[in-house]
Ligand binder design. Structure first.
Ligand code: NAP
Length: 177
């Protein structure tokens, strides 16, 4: 049976996937042991990955947790940042505060058809079921960490791009099916 093409925004054929997910990307840099963070910071320093992050995220609306936001060295020029916090009084300089993932994504979609989830671990875990595209930088080394990327089932994803720079692999994956 052939699939019916639908054209309304957010439905199949208009950027949403077959399960009705609207476009939502996620970007993460992940060690071989899935470590992503240590004591509120990245476990590594990688100029190549920071440059990649800047290129991929430029012009987009970004959703991130409060801990990740507070670890940024400064404002992310050219990007709208939505910061998740459960604290009613939390105010973020250079960011818009949202109090749930749904609210954050709604605010992000007001200006961006494909917002990008930027971590950290708790936000990745909650957002992953909604995500349609992954930008994963994989570092072929284990790191000490206290924050980890959730396991993904590679069978659920189709790799559409891969670029290697030394021990880094920059991968793009689209949700399959
Ligand atoms: N390698 C990478 O690509 C990458 C990317 C991003 C971050 N990181 C690393 O990950 C670590 C931080 O991760 P983390 O998991 O500890 O913290 P996080 O996800 O950045 O922030 C957690 C905080 O976000 C808020 N939050 C999360 N989910 C929420 C929801 N559904 N509704 C409302 N607020 C919500 C809460 O803030 P309140 O406490 O204010 O309520 C929570 O304490 C750092 O080490 C960072 O460097 C790595």
């Amino acid at each position: 049976m052939s699939k019916t093409k639908r054209t309304a925004r957010g439905e199949a054929g208009a950027g949403g996937d077959g399960a009705g997910r609207l476009p939502l990307a996620l970007i993460a840099c992940v060690g071989r042991n899935r470590a992503i963070g240590l004591r509120g910071r990245l476990p590594w320093r990688s100029a190549e990955d920071l440059a990649h992050f800047r290129v991929v995220t430029m012009g987009h609306a970004l959703v991130m947790g409060r801990v990740t936001f507070e670890s940024l060295p400064g404002p992310l020029a050219g990007r709208k940042v939505i910061v998740l916090s459960r604290k009613a009084e939390y105010a973020a300089r250079n960011g818009i505060v949202a109090h749930s993932l749904d609210e954050a994504i709604r605010v992000a979609r007001a200006t961006d058809a494909e917002p990008i989830v930027c971590g950290g671990a708790t936000v990745y875990a909650e957002a992953l079921p909604l995500v349609t595209r992954l930008y994963l930088t994989e570092i072929a080394r284990d790191f000490e960490g206290d924050a980890f990327f959730p396991r993904i089932n590679e069978a659920d994803w189709r790799e559409t791009d891969r670029r290697r720079v030394g021990e880094l692999a920059f991968r793009t994956l689209e949700r399959a099916g």
